[in-house]
Write a protein that binds this ligand. Structure first.
Ligand code: SAM
Length: 263
């Protein structure tokens, strides 16, 4: 594999310690995954972080949002999970957003070569929405894939207005870091995610920043922390039910870090 140029600058392909690949983005000046292992990190932070095996065992229909398609590791890990699930009949709706169409096409080819998606342009009034759609099917296990191209802050509300999004059961909050990619960590973004989620949704993210925890908390999410992947001490999970612990509430109150707001 050779490095390549996308719509948002150059991408460097990096081999991570579990032998799977990630990319470093010149535009965001960051890698998509922890270099200790792209696939292992995805299993820890998102598949287990959002209790995907439990959802697959207990429900016949599951809806997942992957915040940032990136290299497509989230989708690859979901396909692997659905294959080993003991539930013989599952329908999974996979939604993702991606700013860089060239990166998305590169990732489909290299991470998910067997998956073929069709590019469609939808309209809502004067607004256009570009989506790559398709399905992965084995016996009666089905994943319906929709990847919205462009800024997710615009595309996802449009897709929701077009009735294309089922209430979310799981959210892989996997944007680049809050410092580099603040619009996907703001109070307003988390408020919007709440409106498209089911009451039993589970959100999970690698970030343990107090600012993003404050954003989630102010937006009405209940926060817990969990052990982070590899060298990371902790990560953050969020739900819409229960209570944030006193310890975390105190941590947020004492910290001078501010929540992130849309400008
Ligand atoms: C950390 S990577 C995601 C990795 C991915 N979940 C995976 O498993 O490979 C973040 C991705 O979000 C995309 N992104 C950043 N800001 C975005 C936005 N406003 N709308 C849509 N995609 C965005 C980036 O281009 C990048 O590909």
């Amino acid at each position: 594999m050779t490095d390549f140029k996308g719509n948002l600058g150059n991408y460097k392909i990096l081999k991570t310690q579990d032998n799977t690949e990630t990319i470093w983005s010149e535009y965001f000046d960051e890698a998509c995954h922890n270099l200790s292992g792209a696939y292992e990190e995805t299993l820890h932070n998102y598949i287990n972080g959002c209790s995907i095996p439990d959802f697959l065992d207990q429900k016949s229909e599951v809806a997942v949002l992957d915040v940032g398609f990136g290299v497509g590791v989230g989708l690859k890990a979901l396909i692997d999970q659905i294959q080993v699930s003991s539930n013989p009949t599952i329908k999974l709706h996979y939604y993702s957003i991606e700013l860089d169409e060239t990166l998305m096409l590169w990732s489909l080819k290299s991470t998910l070569p067997g998956l073929s998606l069709e590019r469609k342009e939808l309209e809502l009034g004067s607004e256009k929405l570009v989506v790559y759609e398709g399905a992965w099917l084995k016996s009666s296990k089905l994943i319906e894939v929709q990847i919205y191209i462009g800024d997710g802050r615009l595309t996802l509300p449009l897709a929701f207005a077009l009735n294309l999004i089922k209430p979310l059961d799981a959210i892989f909050q996997d944007a680049f870091s809050p410092r580099k990619n603040p619009t996907l960590w703001s109070v307003e973004w988390f408020q919007f995610l709440k409106t498209i989620s089911s009451q039993s949704v589970q959100l999970s993210t690698y970030s343990s920043s107090v600012s993003i925890r404050k954003s989630l908390h102010i937006a009405g999410w209940i926060i817990t922390q969990a052990m982070g992947f590899a060298n990371k001490k902790s990560m953050t999970k969020a739900k819409l039910t229960g209570e944030t612990s006193e310890e975390l509430t105190l941590q947020m109150t004492r910290s001078p870090s501010l929540e992130i707001r849309d400008k």
